[in-house]
Design a binder for this molecule. Sequence first.
Ligand code: SF4
Length: 261
Amino acid sequence: MTVARAPFGDDPIVVAYGAGVDSTAMLVGLHRLGVRPAMLLFADTGSEKRETTEYIPVIEEWLSRNGMPPLTIVKRSSPIAGDLSLHGECLRKKVLPSLAYGGSSCSLKWKVEPQWRRVQKAFGWNPRTQSWRHGPFITKLIGYDAGAADARRIRNAAGKWPPGHRYRYPLVEWGWTRERCEEEIVSAGLPAPIKSACFMCPASKKAEVDWLARMHPDLTELSIEMERRAHARGLTTTRGLGRRWSWSEFLGHGDPAQIAA
Ligand code: SF4
């Protein structure tokens, strides 16, 4: 195993764990380096696919067996509306996840904010001094791989880090591509997880929507219903969950605007 030692410094290390290939490989690499993070955060949107949910106890067992910290599972609390999931919120509000409109508030509300709240509590964030109990920074490790797509995501994230955070991308520092990540997971004795994302994520490719329709027809039905409700509410800025295309039409269920009319 050759992996360059990443100098993560003395600040507390917090890992954003998504239960997908990249972030799982990052845990494998950190363990091999002897890096024991202070906290491993998993943000539960309530809209993950069953395979992802089922991977959580698998990785928890591996973490425990390898002397790594347990997962800290965080979730958006919405006591007023009582939404238990991102898809539940979308269906209730008759909207699509914000990514379908070119925004990012779905991820901010359901992933970034719950992690931020937990980290603030755990490490004592002082908004007045803009520092933590221990000092000015924590180091957040993000599992973006060394491929071109994640290079774009890293460029987009530049300058948008929450206060008191330094982001690091260990897989990029190690030169681990997605294929390498898959190999490392298998060689650590772990099953390979599926791509982690909400089942109705507007970033899904057509092949992924096809897969979902075959594996989880109940979830594609919910996604189509989401498009139908959004059109019933007057959606015009985007065609559907695919932005320029609708999942409903792609899967042969018709134009959601007409169905909703
Ligand atoms: S996975 Fe997709 S739908 Fe879910 S929060 Fe992220 S961008 Fe939004």
